[in-house]
Structures are given as structure tokens and as C-alpha cells.
Ligand binder design. Structure first.
Ligand SMILES: [Zn+2]
Length: 442
């Protein structure tokens, strides 16, 4: 009897986990929904993305920032992340209660960090013709250790929702993001990257994830973030665990994080067309032209109508739709785009400014005072040169061009009187931190 029961349980799980046999993502659904409500919005979004990225320099974007504000960055930017689980009681049990959820959460964070830092073990599968394009993106993610009230936190919230609740992705899973609609309000989106996890669907079918990247037109700041399906996060450690079939290695979040950092699908979301023939590209120069999404576990080389020869399409890119085990690379161009977004002037820059929220080992930010500002030439640096020696000072103009560079140890002043009057940026580099300040020369 027990065997029969186990068999039934197994069948139940198998039937459960085959609801969705291939990857999908809510991005296309969301874009279509925006377009229905606001004709032309899709093009507007595209134009806005291009304009931001093609602007001369990240420094130029910061001209509107308040005068005298320090911009702090670290060698590898770190983004504090908070998960909001919205699970019904059955799902909570299926996931293995608190311990099961935490195990998945930790495995998920590991995959995310490996994939973004050149550490994914399956990178050895990258075809040799593309190994030079494989990128170590160089962005870290950490579960929040401090909550918005300043208290210590475990990095996630858990809310039990009514049985069989689901959230529609066509509006970016908006209902999950507001307590007024049965969701959980975002933690300050300028400091934390919010990820909601629950039963996300479209037209009755499971959707693996949907992302509202920062600065998406027609969306509000509290909606910025990622929504993941409750059975598409974390890494499988046993056969019995519920996962969407072939989506059990944590790659959905890698893919959605790409969207959050302003990447689009490798085929350009144009319904099968080719760039240059009425279709879109993904705006990346080093991903091959691709007609439509690629599913399953293809073998290299794979060709399509847009790339019918040569090395074929890059189906192993995280921004395609292949199974978790068949995607294992971002390209250098994609990495550059994402680094732009976490850099000064990028849409996720503010998320990198509060490293301590996710990294308790992180020492308090270095303080340095530059004065006078405005200056007529000489700028004095006041800082603790014993604890944190200053290693390098660079002066940029508003176009981001380097004008002065000083590499002496323990620099205590610079002379800008050789420059013409105007706005400059002074970057102070310490061993593990670099600070940038706007200085007006008059
Ligand atoms: Zn997607």
C-alpha cells in the first residue's frame, strides 16, 4: 500500500511538474499589454533605452545630481536583494516549509552570483568559437542583512496568501507589489532590488518570471523589480521537489536579472523577424542575429533563418529561452550594458550605493572632504590618511574626459587653476573604494 501511495505521489508530482515544458517569460506579454493601452509605447521604451545608453558618458548623466554629493562605488558593485514570498499554504508545504525555502534561496543566490561573476561551472560548455565572448559581468548580489528600518533581517519576507491565489504578469505582476492588493510593498527600490515569488500566470498558464526594469515608462517606482514563479527559483537537490520541468538550476533569475539591467531577449522580441528585414535585434553587437526564441536543449551549431550559416545562433545565452542546463553565458557586450546600468548615471546605480545593507563585513564608507567648492583653483582633501591612504586622484570634465591624474601617495590637494571655469568631477581612489565629487571651478 505504501508503495502504491508513493507511486501515486510520484505521478502527482510528475503531472504537476509537466504543466510547463519550456521556458517562457512575461516580458513580451507585458510589452504587448503596454502597447494595447498606449499605442507606440513599445517604440518609446526602445528609444528611451537607446538614448540613455548612447549618451556620451555616465558622468554626463550625473550633472543633474545634487552638488557636493559623493558617489561611492566599490571594485565589484554589490546589490542588496530582498525576496518577498507570497505562497499559499499548500505551496509553502510543497516547498518544504521554511527550511526548504531557505535552502532554495541560498542555492539561488549562489547561482546568480556564479553566473554574473564568471564562476558558473558549465561555462566549459561554451563553444570554442565563442569563449572569447564569454563575460565575467562583475556584479554581486547579496541577501539584505539590514531592513529599511535599520534592523537586521534574513533577506526575505514570507506571506501566506489564500489557497490557489495567482498573479497576472501582463501588468508586471502588479498585485504582488502592493499590500492593498494582497501583495507586499517593495522595500525602498532605490536601495534594494525587490524580488517577489509566487504563483505568476498568464491566461491560466504558468509564467517563469517577469521584470519591470527601473525607468520603464508607464510604471511607477514601487513596481520596479522581478517576479518569479514559485517553482522556478533555486536549484533542485532531489527528484521529489516541485519544479517547472527543466527549470531547476536557478537560471530564471539570471535571465530576469538581465532584463532588470536592461537586456532584452536575444531574438529582439519581434515574433520571428530578422534585424534589417523589419525585425529587431537585441542591440548587442556580439550576439548573432536570431529570428525567434530557442527552446529545449539544442546542440551546437544551431541555425535559423536569420543566421543560416557560420556558427549559428547563440542559444546558450542567458537571454534566450533554452532550458536551465542549456544556458550558460552572457557576452561581453551584454556585460558592458549591465555594467553601464550599475554605474554612475545608469538606472540601477543607486542600488550599488548601500553595500553595507547586504554585506555586513563592509566597513563604513570612507569619508573625504574636498574644499573649497566652488574653488578658484586649489582643492584641499581632508581625510584619514593613516587608516585609508588616498592612492589616485583623477579630474574629469563633464564629458567624462580625463584631464588631470595624480598618483602620489597621500595626496592632500590638487591644483585645477590650469583648467577653464566650469563643472568638473574629481575621483578619489582608495584601495577598495572610489569616490566621485562634483567641483565647480570659478
Ligand atoms: Zn525574458
Amino acid at each position: 500500500m505504501k508503495t502504491l501511495y508513493n507511486l501515486l505521489l510520484l505521478l502527482l508530482m510528475l503531472s504537476h511538474s509537466t504543466i510547463n515544458a519550456q521556458r517562457n517569460c512575461g516580458q513580451e506579454i507585458m510589452l504587448q499589454a503596454i502597447e494595447t493601452k498606449h499605442a507606440g509605447a513599445r517604440e518609446q521604451i526602445k528609444a528611451a533605452r537607446a538614448k540613455l545608453y548612447n549618451s556620451n558618458s555616465t558622468i554626463q548623466e550625473s550633472i543633474s545630481a545634487p552638488s557636493g554629493k559623493y558617489f561611492k562605488t566599490t571594485a565589484t558593485p554589490l546589490i542588496p536583494v530582498v525576496f518577498h514570498f507570497l505562497l499559499d499554504s499548500n505551496t509553502f508545504k510543497q516547498l518544504g516549509n521554511i527550511s526548504g525555502i531557505e535552502a532554495r534561496l541560498n542555492s539561488q543566490m549562489k547561482v546568480l552570483n556564479n553566473d554574473f561573476n564568471g564562476l558558473n561551472a558549465d561555462k566549459i560548455k561554451v563553444p570554442s568559437v565563442w569563449t572569447s565572448l564569454y563575460a565575467n559581468v562583475g556584479i554581486e548580489f547579496a541577501l539584505a542583512q539590514i531592513d529599511p528600518a535599520g534592523n537586521s533581517t534574513i533577506g526575505y519576507t514570507l506571506t501566506i496568501v489564500p489557497n490557489a491565489s495567482s498573479f497576472d504578469v501582463s501588468d508586471g505582476a502588479k498585485d504582488m507589489k502592493f499590500s492593498a492588493t494582497g501583495g507586499v510593498d517593495a522595500w525602498d527600490n532605490s536601495k534594494y532590488l525587490n524580488i517577489w515569488v509566487g504563483n505568476i500566470k498568464f491566461g491560466g498558464a504558468n509564467v517563469l518570471g517577469v521584470t519591470v526594469p527601473p525607468a520603464t515608462p508607464l510604471y511607477t517606482i514601487p513596481e520596479y523589480g522581478i517576479a518569479l514563479h514559485q517553482f522556478a527559483f533555486g536549484v533542485r537537490t532531489s527528484f521529489a521537489q516541485p519544479f517547472i520541468t527543466n527549470i531547476d538550476k536557478g537560471r530564471t533569475l539570471t535571465h530576469e536579472m538581465g532584463h532588470f539591467l536592461q537586456l532584452i531577449h536575444t531574438w529582439g522580441d519581434d515574433g520571428g523577424l530578422c534585424a534589417g528585414s523589419g525585425g529587431n535585434d537585441d542591440d548587442m553587437s556580439d550576439t548573432p542575429n536570431e529570428a525567434d526564441a530557442t527552446f529545449g536543449d539544442p546542440t551546437f551549431p544551431r541555425f535559423d533563418v536569420c543566421t543560416p550559416a557560420g556558427n549559428g545562433i547563440m542559444f546558450m545565452n542567458y537571454m534566450d529561452y533554452t532550458n536551465d542546463s542549456s544556458m550558460y553565458m552572457f557576452t561581453k557586450d551584454q556585460a558592458a550594458r549591465m555594467n553601464f546600468e550599475v554605474g554612475l548615471g545608469g538606472t540601477s546605480f543607486s542600488l550599488t550605493l548601500n553595500r553595507y545593507l547586504g554585506d555586513t563585513q563592509y566597513k563604513a564608507p570612507i569619508e573625504i572632504k574636498l574644499y573649497p567648492n566652488p574653488t578658484s583653483g586649489i582643492v584641499i582633501f581632508q581625510y584619514d590618511f593613516i587608516k585609508n591612504p588616498l592612492l589616485q586622484v583623477i579630474v574629469y570634465n563633464a564629458l567624462g574626459q580625463k584631464l588631470i591624474e595624480k598618483n602620489d601617495k597621500n595626496i592632500n590637494s590638487i591644483d585645477m587653476s590650469v583648467l577653464s571655469k566650469g563643472l568638473y568631477f574629481v575621483q578619489c581612489k582608495f584601495a577598495n573604494e572610489s569616490l566621485l565629487q562634483k567641483i565647480i571651478l570659478q
